[in-house]
Design a protein around this ligand. Structure first.
Ligand SMILES: [Zn+2]
Length: 300
């Protein structure tokens, strides 16, 4: 079975999901969330008769703190636990100082309250991935694909038995019952072309459902992936327009982008649902990530 755990993050219930794969030889967790949501994680595990000590492995889609922040605390608590992560993310799991510094630039003095403790994992406990692996963990077969675009070190996991692709942030953010999807584009790694290729990779698995960290499982896979693509292109284009039109400074560009994106969301969702998407990540972070992408690519 694959269970969706509601980590009951600050943003409220149904904002942050972990995936619990229950196998014949133990349990595996996909994206444990941040340390600040550990109570929610423990409750979720207990509902399925599991404890942190039962976990064989944590599979990280990527190392952003809302997905993997608790990895070090869990590894300390469970000495058998192995942490799987893309090879580009592995050094930051072993030494999170640069990751924390980078997140601090976005979140400032809200860091500790938002994410809680971030502690290193001993390198011998880390399994570095490149994509293309077939893992056997807890008696389950898991396929790995390299899926950058949202982050350089993003991987996705396919649980063949349930047909579920655990896609982290690469298939966007969606809150049921809405069909609306937003690809989160925070700095520093956004790459629109790679993101599209990663969506091709996910589609090539022909999964019967997607597990999104924000939030939950969706089985309208093809339509969902098409909406991610359309929205990614729309947002990238809006950001590009903000960079090409005359503006005093980035503050003015961000304000223009926020207004346009906010209007576009509200038109499709209604204002209150649009606000829920904005609490997942401030819209200015979307601009910052996309602006970095465009500015790093002269001639685009
Ligand atoms: Zn992320």
């Amino acid at each position: 079975m694959l269970h969706v755990l509601d980590l009951d993050f600050h943003a409220g219930p149904r904002s942050l999901a972990g995936g619990l794969l229950d196998g014949p030889e133990g349990a595996v967790l996909v994206d444990p969330g941040p340390s600040s949501a550990l109570d929610g994680l423990r409750r979720g595990l207990a509902e399925h008769g599991r404890f942190v000590g039962d976990l064989q492995a944590v599979l990280l889609t990527h190392i952003h703190l809302d997905h993997g922040g608790a990895a070090g605390v869990l590894a300390r608590e469970n000495p058998r636990l192995r942490i799987f992560v893309h090879e580009r993310g592995a050094p930051h799991v072993a030494d999170p100082s640069r990751l924390v510094a980078s997140a601090s630039r976005l979140y400032g003095d809200r860091m500790e309250a938002l994410w809680g403790e971030v502690t290193p994992v001993e390198p011998t406990r880390i399994e570095a991935l490149r994509g293309g692996e077939r893992l056997r963990v807890a008696g389950r077969d898991i396929e790995v694909a390299y899926t950058p675009g949202h982050a350089w070190h993003h991987v996705s996991y396919l649980d063949r038995e349930t047909g579920t692709a655990c896609v982290g942030d690469v298939a966007g953010v969606r809150f049921a019952p809405s069909e609306e999807v937003i690809p989160p584009t925070p700095p520093p790694d956004i790459d629109v072309e790679q993101w599209h290729q990663s969506l091709d990779q996910v589609a090539a698995w022909s999964p019967s459902r997607l597990l999104l960290t924000h939030f939950g499982t969706f089985d309208d896979v093809e339509a969902h992936l098409e909406r991610v693509r359309a929205r990614l292109d729309e947002m990238a284009s809006l950001c590009r327009q903000s960079l090409e039109r005359p503006a005093r400074d980035d503050g003015e560009r961000i304000a223009w982008f926020r207004t346009r994106l906010g209007e576009s969301l509200a038109a499709r969702l209604g204002a209150s649902a649009a606000a829920a998407y904005e609490t997942a990540q401030p819209l200015e972070h979307y601009w910052q990530g996309l602006a970095r992408y465009w500015r790093g690519r002269p001639g685009r």
